[in-house]
Design a protein around this ligand. Structure first.
Ligand code: SER
Length: 300
């Protein structure tokens, strides 16, 4: 099987590339990034998929929520036009399966912010969220209209050490952990105390993607699933870091990203994913904190 990964140098891609190499040792993996394949260029995408006989795509190239508010047109182009180009080329060239991440940013107003269900009102208020909702609808369309097997997971804040996130609202937690691990105890959070959001450790993300993509199609009652690990506010990360013996104190200087976080779920209900294809996360706040502090201190 020939696998294409876009956004291979991004937060998920950096870790998914070696993980897929281990999971599918007989496959050839084509890792691309903005330098090698611009997903907004329809003919280049089509040519790449055709020339390399790609049968599975992990389309990870995207701009995150913070950047999205600063550059709405670019975010629309990369996130939505990019997905359209991938889907069009995939149906033309006989690709079997496409994975495209969605996000908790699909939620915005008029939905339950606690224990947010899989199926609820999607009225995002950020450009990033707009592109993710439109993307979800697009994926469903290509599946029902053309039979392409497109699958999506709505990721919460992903916590990783090797892959660096690209301007998201949940990134403060990664910065706090990195700073604490490197012995810098004064952290300034761009989200307020009490801003509770859902998170997931990258190892759970990687396992989840592969389990989901391997699930028999007939088991899936949805094309898009909520998934979560644990929910935490900035002070929860602070306490977890202190518990592991790293001194840290946090001051709160909320910026424009606070308004984004205030629209997002405080916690996620992922029962549908658990039932349909056996989703489960392994790592809670403590274990995630422990692992990332260790990773970041080894980076020194
Ligand atoms: N981590 C992402 C962001 O903050 C959420 O999808 O933008």
């Amino acid at each position: 099987m020939n696998i294409l990964i876009t956004g291979a140098k991004g937060q998920i891609g950096t870790e998914l590339v070696p993980f897929l190499g281990r999971s599918y040792p007989d496959s050839q993996i084509f890792s691309t990034d903005i330098d090698t394949l611009d997903v907004t260029d329809a003919s280049k995408v089509d040519q790449f998929i055709g020339d390399n006989s790609i049968s599975q795509v992990f389309h990870l190239a995207a701009l995150l929520s913070g950047v999205g508010e600063r550059s709405p047109r670019k975010t629309f182009d990369v996130n939505l036009l990019g997905s359209l180009n991938i889907l069009e080329a995939s149906r033309d060239r006989g690709v079997l399966q496409v994975f495209i991440p969605s996000s908790i940013a699909v939620f915005g107003r008029d939905y339950p912010r606690d224990n947010t269900p899989n199926d609820t009102v999607l009225r995002p208020l950020s450009m990033y969220g707009v592109t993710k909702v439109a993307g979800e609808v697009l994926h469903e369309y290509y599946t029902s209209r053309y039979g392409l097997d497109v699958r999506s997971l709505r990721f919460p804040g992903i916590l990783s050490s090797r892959g660096k996130p690209g301007g998201g609202t949940t990134d403060y937690a990664i910065h706090m952990l990195a700073q604490a691990a490197q012995g810098e105890p004064n952290f300034v959070s761009f989200l307020k105390q009490g801003t509770r959001l859902p998170f997931l450790h990258i190892d759970d993300v990687l396992e989840g993607i592969v389990t989901f993509m391997n699930a028999p199609r007939e088991h899936l009652s949805r094309r898009v699933y909520n998934v979560t690990g644990f929910s935490a506010a900035p002070e929860d990360f602070m306490f977890a870091i202190q518990k592991h013996g790293n001194p840290i104190s946090v001051t709160y200087e909320p910026d424009f990203r606070q308004a984004i976080a205030d629209q997002w779920p405080r916690s996620i209900n992922d029962t549908r994913a658990r039932k349909d294809w056996g989703w489960r996360s392994q790592l809670d706040l403590e274990e995630t904190t422990l692992r990332l502090l260790k990773d970041f201190s080894e980076d020194l």
